[in-house]
Design a protein around this ligand. Structure first.
Ligand code: SAH
Length: 244
């Protein structure tokens, strides 16, 4: 069966170019998988308009209704003989924080032989009714300690990040092995043509053709950048190295 990612959102149009373009588009074209967006507005009962209500107890803003969200998720469930085998992901500041390590795990969970399909719930307003989270959500992920106005960008961030770890998505030329975080370090500087830009020449060693020297230079720069720009990561790296 085709692997599938479902997205439940009030703004399906936000996903159109995301799905078509770049790494994610290539992945979903290249392998047997697809993304389908469900528009939440289609699941609000006739008795009221929209998908939100005022919060019980008062306070500013609106809350997304559990019954409307349930309508959408039941539609997703109707495609599966065993809906308990779906990973239903809500994004929120309170969730576990997205890291490269988590993305790698999401990719392997998604592509495993009996891997789960994913359902992403995009929150808006002040968030979603807690009862929906308790009854349907299997996992909550945050993309960082800040507040977005909606879950759509968070969902795109998560999908973009884990798709890169799926075999066949990145070509050799953009393998993730050298990327930031892979060894607990961030990536060093990159250069391309022109060789001299506003009077500044590309470092000689990169033009030398000597792979051993180039490699040494890159490792040195990674360490330098990490120490300077991410002292927190550098301390961890040093600490882990000490243990080896
Ligand atoms: N009142 C909520 C924030 C609501 S923001 C709070 O204080 O926690 C509206 C929606 O944006 C949320 O439902 C959530 O889906 C999404 N969102 C906001 N910040 C996010 C973050 N850091 N990571 C992932 N999703 C986030």
């Amino acid at each position: 069966m085709k692997k599938k990612i479902w997205i439940i959102t009030l703004f399906p149009q936000m996903f159109e170019s995301f799905i078509d373009v770049g790494v994610v588009g290539r992945y979903f074209d290249g392998v047997n998988a697809e993304i389908e967006c469900l528009y939440l507005g289609d699941f609000s009962p006739k008795s009221f308009k929209g998908a939100d209500g005022a919060p019980y107890g008062g306070g500013p803003g609106m809350v997304m209704r559990a019954d409307v969200l349930e309508g959408a998720i039941k539609k997703v469930f109707s495609n599966y003989s065993d809906p308990s085998n779906l990973e239903v992901i809500y994004t929120a500041p309170r969730g576990e924080e997205l890291t490269n390590k988590m993305s790698r795990k999401l990719a392997s969970d998604f592509t495993a032989a009996k891997g789960k399909d994913f359902v992403f719930i995009c929150g808006r307003y002040e968030g979603i009714d807690e009862r929906f989270i308790e009854q349907y959500v299997t996992r909550i992920i945050s993309i960082g300690d800040f507040v977005l106005s909606g879950g759509e960008l968070a969902v795109m961030t998560i999908i973009d990040s884990f798709s890169r770890f799926i075999d066949g998505v990145l070509g050799n030329s953009e393998s993730f092995e050298d990327d930031s975080f892979e060894e607990g370090l961030i990536e060093g500087p990159s250069y391309t043509r022109p060789e001299i830009f506003n009077g500044v020449k590309v470092p000689d060693v990169l033009l030398s053709g000597n792979h051993k020297l180039i490699n040494e230079y890159r490792v040195k720069k990674k360490l330098e950048f990490t120490k300077k720009l991410r002292p927190d990561l550098y301390a961890l790296y040093e600490n882990n190295r000490g243990k080896k």
